[in-house]
Design a protein around this ligand. Structure first.
Ligand code: URA
Length: 229
């Protein structure tokens, strides 16, 4: 059991004092009921509260997926574009969610963000080999030899060993679906260049078992629940 004030604070709604004020200003409901007492206690298991009418499931750690649009950087201190963090509500930014790995500013699609450092590490550390699937739009029409090269492994400059696709499918002459289980810098673009073509656009469809939902619009985010890892 935790007080409502403490719950709101843990979920990114500001200092204990400002959380207390939120409750007293009648802006918070718990399980659909207006609650004006910041010291009322609640069991946090399966708790859903709302602030200003927006539902928030209590989460020990936050894990969300974002349909990243082009023109955003995966950095807290972006250099040339806005940060993806600007696409999230203040409460999530406040609790310190970080992108899980990086997508280039011009890459679109599935980006996970979490405040769970151990999970972030598990999803990005090379030794865990989490598969990531991308759809690449190619500059030059391709045939089956492109997949053969990528599946066989291509040598990238400054890398000790060849980079190998774990799956590759030509969806059309200019569209390739590629799965890799590493996360080297610009890896997909560099692999396709090393195989003799060029990426014109890149979109990530999935990370591990998590697939970008078709109804999640570019720039929109949603909670990931029941993620086993
Ligand atoms: N590979 C790339 O080249 N760019 C990305 O954004 C992700 C993977």
């Amino acid at each position: 059991m935790q007080t409502l004030e403490r719950i709101l604070h843990s979920q990114g709604f500001g200092t204990r004092r400002s959380c207390r004020a939120l409750v007293r200003a009648r802006r918070v409901t718990v399980a659909g009921t207006l609650t004006e007492d910041p010291f009322a206690e609640f069991d946090t298991g399966a708790l859903v509260f709302a602030v200003d009418g927006q539902d928030w499931p209590f989460a020990e750690h936050a894990l969300v997926m974002l349909n990243k649009p082009a023109g955003y950087e995966c950095s807290r201190a972006p250099q040339f574009h806005a940060s993806v963090l600007e696409l999230l509500p203040p409460a999530l930014r406040e609790r310190g969610v970080q992108p899980v790995g990086r997508l280039d500013q011009d890459t679109t699609g599935l980006l996970l963000l979490t405040d769970d450092g151990a999970l972030n590490h598990r999803l990005t550390a090379p030794k865990h080999h989490v598969p990531k699937t991308y759809r690449a739009t190619l500059k030059h029409p391709a045939d089956a030899t492109l997949c053969e090269r990528l599946l066989g492994g291509v040598q990238l400059r400054d890398e000790p060993t060849p980079s190998v696709a774990i799956n590759c499918e030509l969806m059309g002459p200019l569209t390739l679906r590629l799965t890799i289980d590493e996360g080297k810098y610009h890896q997909v673009k560099r692999m396709i260049a090393a195989a003799g073509n060029r990426v014109e656009a890149l979109h990530r469809e999935s990370v591990g078992s998590l697939v970008l939902p078709v109804d999640l619009a570019p720039g929109a985010w949603k909670w990931v629940v029941d993620f086993a890892g």
